[in-house]
Each structure stands twice: as C-alpha cells, then as structure tokens.
Design a protein around this ligand. Structure first.
Ligand code: PLP
Length: 401
C-alpha cells in the first residue's frame, strides 16, 4: 500500500512545493487547504498583470487559460466542459441549482441527517415559501444514509434528492452512487453537495448519477479562496432556467425578450475573481496530473494513520461515521473545551478546527455532541507531523484538564 502510493506520488516534492508547510502544521484542509506554489504563483501573476496593464486587458491576454478552466474542471469530475459554471463558492453554486427548481405545495425533498446547515436552511426557507415538505431519511447502523429507507421514501410527490457527499463534520463518505441509482430509477432530480469530496477522492458524475454537483476551490482542491463551481448535467437540466440571469447568462434578444444561454454558463454571472479562476484551474490541473486514485489512497492512509494515533491518547473518542472514511478526522476529548484546545494548538502553529452544531445541527445534536475537534489531512502532511500533532494534542489536553 505504502510502496504503491509512493510510486505514484512524490510526497517530498509535493510538500516542498507547498510554501505554507514550512510555517504551519496544517490540519485544516476541510476549512481551507494550503495551495501549491504553482497555484499561488499563477494567481499572483494574474493579479500583478491586472495591476500593470488593466483588468480587462489582462483577461484578454489570459483568455486561453481562463477558457481552459472548463475542460480542467470537467476532467476532474468526468463531465463535459459545457456542463461547468464558475461560481464564487460552493454555497452559491448549490443555491443556483436548488433555488432554480420550482417547488409546489406537497412536493417532497429528501435529504440526509448529516446535511450541511446552509443547505438545510434553504430547504426550510423554500418549504416555508412553497409548502414543499422536507423528509430527512434516517441513517443506517453505520451512520450513513439508509439506502433502503431512501428507496422506500421515494414516491410520486418526490421532487428532489439532495445530500452532501462528505459532511463538513467528519470522515463519513455517503453512498452517493447508490443514492444516484435510486434517484435516476425514479426520475427524480439529484443534487450532490461535493464540497469536501472534489479533490479528496475520485469523482465521476456519470457514476454518481447526479444532475447538479457543487464544489468549492479552497478545500480539497487546494485552489484560492472565493472560488468554486457548479456542474449541471446537460441531458437533465438544460430546461431549468437559473433563478438569476444577467447579460452573461442570457442575451437581450429583443426589446421585450431575452434568451438564456444554453450551456451551464447560464448559471454564471459576469464579474468574477479572474486570478482565482486561473488559480483554481491550475489546482485542478495538478490534481488531474497526480491522479485522484493516488491522491485518495494517500489521504486515506494519512487519515487512518491519524485515527490510529488518536486512539492511543487518553480521553480521545473518535467520532467519524460510515463504512468508508475519508480525510476528515473528528474526535472529542473528554473534559476539555474543544475551542480552547484549538486555540492552544494554534499558538503552536498547529491548525485544526472545531465543527459545531452550527454546521450540521441534526447530525451532531442527534449524537449528543455539542461539537467535535476536526483534523483534516492533505498531501503536504507527513507522518512526522501526525506524530507531533498527537503529542502536542495530548500535552495541551492534559494542561487544560
Ligand atoms: C464548506 C462546505 C460548504 C460551503 O462551502 P463554501 O465554499 O464555504 O460556500 C458546503 N457544504 C459542505 C459539505 C461544506 O463542507
């Protein structure tokens, strides 16, 4: 396993080409990961060019790279370039899909227990406005969506199945492909929030069977902050008109007429963070070059290694759910205030985060957890770092008892 991963990935070089890893022990990829030197340089170079020759002129000069964003993202998720829209973050990308759907009283939308808070707030708002109903499909014994219960829950009133692939608050990887088969068999639209999974694991929208997929740049993709994208499957979503249109998403074809453009760019708007588009394209290219199978194998190796180390620390309980566990490691430390622990680690240049019910109320509340510590690994992390993290964690936890 080890040897195989290293055959594919030059780990020392990946780390050397991550400037931030010289400064911090970063275990917060699920918040915002450290970018590579190549991504940072490409982003900075475009900002520099804008300052030197003007923003519009810089965009003209970088046109080929900017246009290359679409095929690069498409390749990463097995889509067609014209099925990709650049959006400034995952939440807005998801919103553009969700709020463009037309719910009627009694329509049902099916989701999962571990659903992300922003998505759930949107369900509540749309349910309040339209009379649609939210159905939360229970978890199975592994803590992932109960696929059989989902299948039973689908009925004639079901308008949408919408889940998060990997929640923000743990290692759980939802059986998103099985969910997709159920959605596709029933002819029900399927939105997949893949904010944490794109860049962490291989993603193939055709295998997943999703109609829409949203993702952010700064997490596992290692792109700049303030970037993201939406995938919209042409075959099933071409007739869906976006909730917002502007002069980029539509053409003003007559005094009293407009025509939304045909491809996924109809979900975009005109102004954007061009340096960020370039940075995210470069980050996607790097992920494509490394190969997502190798990245996924290495990230699981790191995360499993971290879980094994954490098991040896007094007072630590691992809180990750699911059959397959990804690169987000969560745990609680008995008798310790997690936020204070995070701050104590921050003072030692160790970055972790705390997931609270603010991020996923149903899941954490249901498990009786106020919050959990979250340590999320990426390619620049090393086994030596994990050793150091766990020893500092044990020390800090003992001090704050
Ligand atoms: C972080 C996260 C989001 C929000 O992404 P933004 O880019 O901050 O909008 C959505 N869903 C999940 C599961 C997340 O972890």
């Amino acid at each position: 396993m080890n040897g195989q991963t290293e055959l594919h990935l030059d780990l020392a070089r990946l780390r050397a080409e991550t400037p931030g890893s010289a400064h911090v022990l970063h275990l917060n990829a699920a918040g915002s990961s450290l970018p590579s030197r190549r991504t940072l340089d490409a982003t900075l170079a475009h900002l520099q060019l804008e300052a030197e020759i003007g923003g519009y002129e810089a965009a003209d000069k970088a046109r080929a790279t900017l246009d290359g964003f679409y095929p690069s993202i498409a390749r990463l998720i097995g889509a067609e370039p014209d099925e990709i829209a650049y959006v400034e973050n995952a939440t807005r990308a998801w919103d553009l899909a969700f709020y463009s759907l037309d719910f009627k009283p009694g329509d049902r939308l099916l989701t999962c227990v571990s659903e992300y808070s922003s998505n759930y707030i949107s369900y509540l708002q749309v349910a309040k406005k339209t009379g649609a109903e939210i159905v939360v499909v229970p978890d199975d014994a592994h803590g992932q969506i109960d696929v059989a219960a989902l299948e039973r829950a689908v009925d004639k009133r079901t308008k949408l199945i919408s889940i998060s692939h990997i929640p923000t608050q743990g290692g759980l990887v939802q059986p998103a492909e099985a969910v997709g088969r159920i959605a596709n068999d029933a002819g029900v639209l399927y939105i997949l929030d893949a904010c944490q999974s794109v860049g962490m694991m291989p993603i193939d929208v055709n295998r997943l069977g999703c109609d829409f997929l949203s993702a952010t740049g700064r997490k596992y993709m290692r792109g700049p902050r303030g970037t993201g994208f939406l995938y919209a499957r042409t075959r099933t979503t071409a007739q869906i008109e976006p909730i917002f249109l502007d002069n980029h998403a539509a053409r003003w074809t007559g005094d009293n007429e407009y025509t939304a453009i045909a491809d996924a760019k109809r979900f975009e708007n005109w102004e954007r963070y061009f340096a960020g588009v370039i940075g995210l394209k470069v980050a996607a290219d790097q992920a494509n070059e490394l190969g997502m199978d190798a990245v996924w194998a290495r990230l699981r190796e790191l995360a499993d290694g971290l879980r094994a180390r954490l098991k040896t620390v007094k007072g630590v309980t691992l809180t990750d759910l699911g059959v397959t566990k990804g690169a987000i490691v969560t745990f609680s430390v008995a008798g310790v205030d997690h936020s204070a622990l995070k701050q104590a680690l921050r003072a030692k240049a160790i970055n972790v985060s705390v997931s609270t019910q603010f991020s996923s109320r149903l899941d954490l509340k249901g498990r009786g957890l106020k919050d959990v510590m979250r340590a999320s690994v990426h390619l620049y992390n090393t086994d030596t770092e994990l050793d150091r993290f766990v020893s500092e964690l044990a020390k800090a936890a003992a001090e704050s008892q």
